[in-house]
Write a protein that binds this ligand. Structure first.
Ligand SMILES: *Cc1c(COP(=O)(O)O)cnc(C)c1O
Length: 433
């Protein structure tokens, strides 16, 4: 499969080139030349397959031309060593729990897949060290760091905004050591993302070291997120709830929802999508006005969605050939304040006993407000509520049990490299590595 750049000025890349480079040389995002529909027979019997079986069929459509079948199968099965259950919350609203992986957030899927695929390419080529740069507003850092921990030939630099991630999130990528370095940036998530983008564009730095990105701009992280949309559909079909399925995705950088849109292109029968935003409502405003106006991000209690210039918007535009009408016909948007998020967490907990995290709360609320007669809603519960312990406990006034996987991280000692948001300082640091 060839990959082209959304900016249209770079040459096509192979899968390996796209994965190793992350971003195309013209600063565009890579897109596969083809999105292959899966056969009707697959959809007819999808509910009889396991999650890894379904995921492998999807992975084969994306990567089957470039990775030997046995290797790809191994990567998929290793990646998905946890379940992604669709759980009923209320009437016709279901939660797709994406938090049963090692760091309790959906990014484990893409992080684990990418680490394994990149590891395969490095072994195959006998490449020298590859350095992964990843900017995080919270959960990416932990998923990527844990996905890559101990993978030979790869060093990971996690850039995160100082004081803007929760303590548990921070512990998950600052305590690992080995091939993982945490860089604590005095700035916002957008500053971290800008440092990473600048690093990729810097000729001297790229001659000094092989750099790649593990943000959702990387196709190896982004595409595997499609897997669980298919498995979600299979689960809903099994219980007779798959007709008129509306999928709602709490969105920040728009990688997660875009993978779902790819699924729809492959024939997955989702009626429509909802992108739920916090107060960083760039996409919501785009749907309303047809104008894309990025702004500096503002901090919210759903901090993994505090993004002011969502990278994957370029992919959404490309997928619909720039047509606002086409985009608005398949995706609607909602935006919620911290107050509304709090209210939703509390109300759902009181009424149903189901504890939402602040991101999932945006997803739930959008469905509760938008679902029409005859529609069934599924929102992506993108992280475990205990990852946002203080926020969630202060809302419901009840102590939240911390899963064991998280407790293990809390015992580690934080280690980080302090950094200014100034590119020159970051570059000087990397040049010494
Ligand atoms: C990353 C993240 C999001 C946003 O996902 P995007 O792919 O960036 O849109 C939502 N919720 C949680 C918990 C996250 O970690």
């Amino acid at each position: 499969m060839k990959y082209y750049s959304t900016n249209g000025k770079a040459l096509d890349a192979t899968l390996e080139e796209a994965v190793v480079r992350g971003l195309a040389s013209d600063k565009g995002l890579y897109m596969p030349r083809q999105i292959k529909p899966l056969p009707q027979s697959f959809y007819d019997e999808i509910e009889t397959f396991s999650f890894p079986e379904i995921a492998y069929k999807v992975a084969d459509a994306f990567f089957g031309e470039d990775v030997p079948a046995e290797t790809l199968k191994q990567i998929v099965y290793d990646t998905l060593n946890f379940d992604v259950p669709a759980v009923k919350v209320k009437d016709n609203i279901y939660s797709l729990e994406l938090f049963h992986g090692p760091t309790l957030a959906f990014k484990d899927v893409g992080g684990r897949f990418m680490a394994r695929l990149l590891g395969y390419f490095i072994r195959k080529e006998g490449k020298k060290q590859v350095n992964v740069l990843v900017a995080t507003s919270g959960d990416t850092g932990s998923a990527v760091a844990n996905g890559f921990l101990g993978v030979e030939g790869i060093h990971v630099y996690v850039l995160y905004p100082k004081g803007k991630v929760s303590e548990i999130q921070e512990k998950q990528f600052t305590t690992l050591g080995r091939n993982i370095t945490a860089v604590e940036v005095d700035g916002t998530f957008d500053d971290c993302q800008a440092l990473v983008k600048n690093a990729f564009m810097d000729k001297e730095l790229n001659e000094h070291m092989q750099l790649t990105s593990a943000n959702s701009i990387n196709v190896a992280r982004f595409l595997p997120q499609a897997f669980y949309y298919f498995y979600a559909y299979a689960q809903m079909k099994k219980i007779g709830k798959a007709d008129n399925l509306v999928v709602c995705v709490p969105s920040g950088n728009f990688g997660n929802i875009t993978a779902g849109l790819f699924g729809k292109r492959m024939g997955l029968p989702v009626k429509r999508f909802i992108a739920a935003n916090n107060r960083n409502d760039i996409f919501y405003q785009y749907l309303k006005t047809g104008e894309y106006c990025p702004r500096p991000s503002v901090a919210t209690i759903a901090n993994a969605m505090d993004v002011g210039d969502p990278s994957n918007f370029a992919r959404v535009l490309d997928l619909y050939e720039g047509s606002h009408d086409a985009i608005a016909s398949e995706i609607s948007g909602e935006t919620y304040t911290d107050e509304q998020i709090r209210e939703t967490v509390q109300k759902v907990y009181e009424e149903t006993g189901y504890l939402l995290d602040p991101h999932g709360a945006c997803g739930y609320r959008a469905l509760a407000e938008e679902l029409k007669e005859g529609e069934v809603g599924l929102f992506l519960e993108t992280a475990h509520p205990a990852k946002f312990l203080q926020t969630v406990e202060s809302i419901i006034g009840v102590e939240v049990k911390i899963p064991e996987k998280l407790q293990a991280f809390m015992k580690g000692t934080k280690q980080s490299v302090p950094m200014s948001k100034d590119f020159a300082a970051f570059k000087a640091y990397l040049m010494k590595q």
